[in-house]
Design a protein around this ligand. Sequence first.
Ligand code: NAD
Length: 314
Amino acid sequence: MNAYAQQHQVEIDISRDELHPDNLPDLRQYDGLIIQQTAKIGGDAAFYHTLVQQGMRQITTRTAGYDMIEVALAQAAGLKVTNVPAYSPRSVAEMALMQIFRLLRRTWAFDARVAQHDFRWVGLQAREIHTVTVGIIGAGRIGSTLARLLHALGARVLAYDIQPQPEYDTFLTYVDKETLLSESDVVSLHVDLNPSSVGLLSAADFKRMPTHAGLVNASRGPVVNTADLIAALVTGEIEAAALDTVEGESAVFNRDLRQQGVVDQQIQQLLDLPNVIVTPHVAFYTNLAVQNMVEIALDDVLLILNGQSAQHEI
Ligand code: NAD
């Protein structure tokens, strides 16, 4: 960030506070605004008008998702809204790949045994990646990157997507959702959050999956019906899950709750389950991704402030 500031002769201040209508700092000394939060800003039209009155011409999120901003209200107030749609598909794809390996290797079960000084192997034979089928739901930027990695490792790769890309046929096979669920040893979710993807996996879908199957979700929490997932994990309809995103995560992830604990009951239930691996929305958090996020967001702000159109305007 310092190098960028020097190179472009700009000053960059960082605040760790979230931006909300009841927590609006005095922005009059600034020309541009970049946020990173996943928690909804919310607010009514008046809030976005206040930003404009304070001299803002844009609001930029360093993330791919922009559901935290009321885009229509912001735009109606005269703000341009930009995001960073692709900072490094490899960052999330590599995390998903690691989680697929962890599920195939049953590390969650070995970790639990070892923590209790139980060093037996019995019942926990692993499966090698080139002998399994991995189902990718949402083969967009991240999903297709993961598919390429899995294909290179010799896995059979199935994909379900509402917009299939014929050129991906060399490294994945498109099937319908039902086939993908019943034939995959691990299902990895990579859809964007939209009305068609909310609750995309629920009770009936988990019943279709083999009982030894695992689920990876590094997309968005609401893509999975959490209560149904918990039930499927408790009853053994599926074996395990690795979750980088969960419903209600903004009150928990990237916060130090060692004193308060977790209030959200569903998240606490997931944390209590031995067959769930939770990571706090960190799939994106790599050297290259962070550098790209910062630079792409700042480039767009400077373009807008210079009266030009930004590349990633929503
Ligand atoms: P993308 O838009 O490139 O790809 C999404 C794909 O999902 C598209 O091909 C689309 O056609 C498909 N899709 C959408 N709705 C669908 C549905 N109902 N059924 C089947 N397919 C559907 O998105 P991307 O950049 O690859 O990001 C994928 C996901 O990863 C997003 O949810 C994003 O928020 C999330 N993400 C997570 C992290 C993290 O740190 N965990 C970081 C970045 C992105």
